[in-house]
Design a binder for this molecule. Sequence first.
Ligand code: TXA
Ligand code: MG
Length: 323
Amino acid sequence: SPPPETPILPADDPDALDQAVGILKAGGCVAVPTETVYGLACDATNPQAVAGVYEAKGRPSFNPLICHVDTLERAGSLIQLEDLGLALAARFWPGPLTLVGPKRTPSPVSDLAAAGLDSLAVRVPRSDTLRTLVQRLDAPLAAPSANASGAISPTKAEHVKDSLNGRIHLILDGGPCPVGVESTIVSVLDPTHPEILRPGGVARDALEAVSGVMRRPAQTNHSAPTAPGQLTSHYAPSASVRLNATQPEAGEAYLGFGAQPKREDIVFFDLSPSGDLVEAAANLFTGLRWLDRVSDRIAVAPIPETGLGEAINDRLRRAAAER
Ligand code: TXA
Ligand code: MG
């Protein structure tokens, strides 16, 4: 079982990597930096290891995990990719794109990681650490975001520690995650009608430049989350969240975007003073966490729905949802 104090070690330290490999081979789980958010990685072929991840997160077992791999070849050994999937992979891997495709059978991936589905979500991350670990294990690594289920995703090693200390074996610290929101999940189950299941680190217009128009994410369905990550009250801070607020009201902390309010009396976190959506995405979860700690009411500035704004607004709507 994990130590009461989970150690944080530098991701670029060879001894720390050796330790991570040992833990993963023994069926444990390790928090690993990726370009999107920190992942809680385990050997996807080992059902006990996967069960340990669900357990550490307190995650409902119907919610399947993304398998991370080092190469397109390994991805192709897990799911069947046709022209469109291959074109998206060629353009965006390694990077913040997850492809859901038909799972090859027999599959080395445990049924628990795939939550018993015939499809599988696969991603080649930009993170050297995660790809190196996959290579050294010679197995895909299942890795959900490294936070307790339903909580805000971690973009720094200390966020992981705040959420999962004592529940996991090791945290590798690679500094703040440069993208800051999770990967975009695209289903290529129907190879002629790709569908965005979750907006994320690759913006819609960049995807559509490769694939043509993609279907919108399905509406939230409480009883049967087909595309998981669709549970409404996800990314929930404990504070209440009010969206599209051009001004904070008395007693509210303010998550701003672009111009600063000229007020001394409010707690304020600016996602991007210059109004840059890429910078805003990178700061989103740090800002939400910080305001959540200092206030029980958060007002959020309007964020444009273009580029990474689609992913940012998706996370903010979930943070504001009834719970
Ligand atoms: O950026 C990311 O995607 C991060 C990093 C660690 O890679 N991972 C991440 O994992 O966000 P997680 O578990 O928090 O979210 C994965 C999402 C879930 O909403 C899950 O339901 C969905 O992927 N998913 C996994 N397999 C699926 C499948 N076969 N069909 C549809 N959705 C799937
Ligand atoms: Mg998550």
